[in-house]
Design a protein around this ligand. Structure first.
Ligand SMILES: [Ca+2]
Ligand SMILES: [Ca+2]
Length: 456
């Protein structure tokens, strides 16, 4: 039983090996056959693909060119127009350019008060009130007749006898100061005849005003205006009011009030030299303009980035359609292709936005305006045969949401030849604001192209 069992196992294994070998040889033959078949099939298939290639193009517009000056208006939003106008844009290479500089126009005399919180309506904000005699004197903002004023109050007693205080503010002085006037109101009071009671005004360490009150009682309000033009150097300066109150033998109350402190400075300011230019153009469009193709011939005198924005009436924003960078000093073209109907209302608006590291000049020599106007009775489809052999065109369908219209063609089309099939005429018009599909049937298959006609 055991031997027989072994023999049958060996026999079984042999049979399995033979079957595998047979299977492998058959598989090899089969794979080869399949490969040949596949290649043949591929050849047929490729041949088909090569044989059938049609290019479709729909034309439902009339092309017109417009002279820039007849339909265009412009507005320089940032920059200064220094030469030319919209007529300069009519022709190229005529030495007539629109020239826009990034120079602003804000030069001249600038007048400003450099003192902040002049009226002490914000307490001592911006001011630095100091008591310079320890233990004697204090600063407060007090209200006198509804007006906020700064007050130094001191009660002096022998043997100290003296109180000192100061009130100062730092100011930033620009260059080219033409005139500077320091103006202020002050009031001094002593309950006894003072030994020494004075007010000094400094710019940095230089005394520009000195006043002494040597009577019992109040000085009353005194208004003072001082021309400090020659004392006010550019940079950070400190305006300081310094008070000294001395009564040697008897205790005394001193008060000094200050208010309406201004430093009015007039200085020459150079015109702002910007590095941005923004120019807006409006092009009036004939009714039913379906697309526009614009070309600008431009040069800058320095490196700049130039962006073109076109207004979208649905989104109500100017949208970036093109961005270029120029090294400067060379004429170059920017083309703007506007095919979206929401950008082609009655007026096509576009904007040139230029930014540079330096003050810059932008020259525009030419604006070429090509418009394509909807021609509902003159639409046609161009069919071009890009195949390597002639093909046969059976028919053409014009399809929209409501109609399927068949045009019988029944023509052979040779290699590289073009066939024009009208899809509208004076009685069969295309509709406005409509999406159409054109389907062309050859003997092999169909081809499709979509288009959208302009709104009313
Ligand atoms: Ca005041
Ligand atoms: Ca020109």
């Amino acid at each position: 039983m055991e031997d027989k069992g072994q023999a049958s196992v060996v026999g079984g294994l042999f049979a399995i090996v033979m079957v595998i070998l047979l299977f492998l040889s058959m598989t090899y033959a089969q794979l080869k056959y399949i490969e040949i078949m596949r290649e043949a099939y591929q050849k047929v298939r490729l041949k088909d693909v090569i044989n059938e290639s049609l290019e479709l193009e729909v034309n439902y517009t009339i092309h017109t060119r417009m002279l820039a000056s007849s339909v265009t208006t412009y507005e320089v939003i940032i920059g200064t127009l220094v030469g030319g106008n919209v007529y300069s844009l009519n022709y190229a290479n005529d030495d007539d350019h629109m020239i826009i500089e990034s120079k602003g126009s804000g030069g001249g005399i600038l007048e400003e008060n450099l003192i902040k919180n002049s009226e002490f309506d914000e307490d001592f904000n911006y001011w630095d009130p100091k008591v310079e005699s320890p233990g004697v004197g204090e600063w407060n903002v007090v209200t006198v007749g509804g007006d906020n004023v700064a007050e130094f109050y001191a009660y002096t007693k022998p043997p100290t006898a003296t109180a000192k205080g100061s009130l100062s503010q730092e100011v930033e002085v620009g260059s080219n100061v033409q005139e500077a006037i320091l103006s202020f109101d002050f009031w001094m009071y002593a309950s006894r005849k003072p030994s020494l009671f004075k007010l000094l005004v400094f710019i940095d360490n230089k005394v520009i005003f000195e006043y002494e009150w040597d009577h019992l009682g109040s000085s009353g309000w005194i208004h003072k205006e001082i021309d400090v033009t020659s004392d006010l150097e550019p940079g950070t300066r400190t305006i300081k009011f310094f008070i000294q109150c001395t009564r040697r033998k008897r205790s005394t109350v001193f008060k000094v009030r200050l208010d309406s402190i201004t430093l009015n400075v007039k200085r020459m300011v150079a015109p702002y030299l910007g590095n941005v230019i923004v120019v807006k153009y409006n092009i009036d469009l004939p009714p039913l303009t379906s697309s526009a193709y614009l070309e600008l011939l431009i040069m800058t005198n320095a490196a700049a980035r130039i962006d073109i924005y076109v207004f979208d009436y649905e989104k109500e924003v100017f949208e970036l359609v093109k961005g270029v960078f120029t090294d400067g000093d060379d004429w170059f073209w920017i083309d703007i292709n506007v095919t979206e109907l929401q950008r082609l209302e009655d007026v096509l608006k576009f904007m040139i936005y230029l930014i540079s590291n330096n003050p810059i000049e932008l020259r525009i020599d030419y604006l070429s305006i090509n418009l394509y106007i909807f021609n509902p009775g003159g639409a046609y489809v161009k069919i071009k045969n890009l195949s390597s052999s002639a093909t046969y065109i059976i028919s053409l369908w014009l399809i929209n949401a409501t109609h399927h219209t068949r045009f019988s063609v029944e023509e052979y089309l040779d290699v590289n030849m073009t066939l024009i099939v009208p899809i509208s005429n004076s009685t069969f018009l295309l509709s406005k604001g409509c999406e159409y599909k054109v389907r062309v049937w050859s003997k092999v298959r169909s081809y499709e192209i979509l288009f959208e006609t302009p709104k009313v």
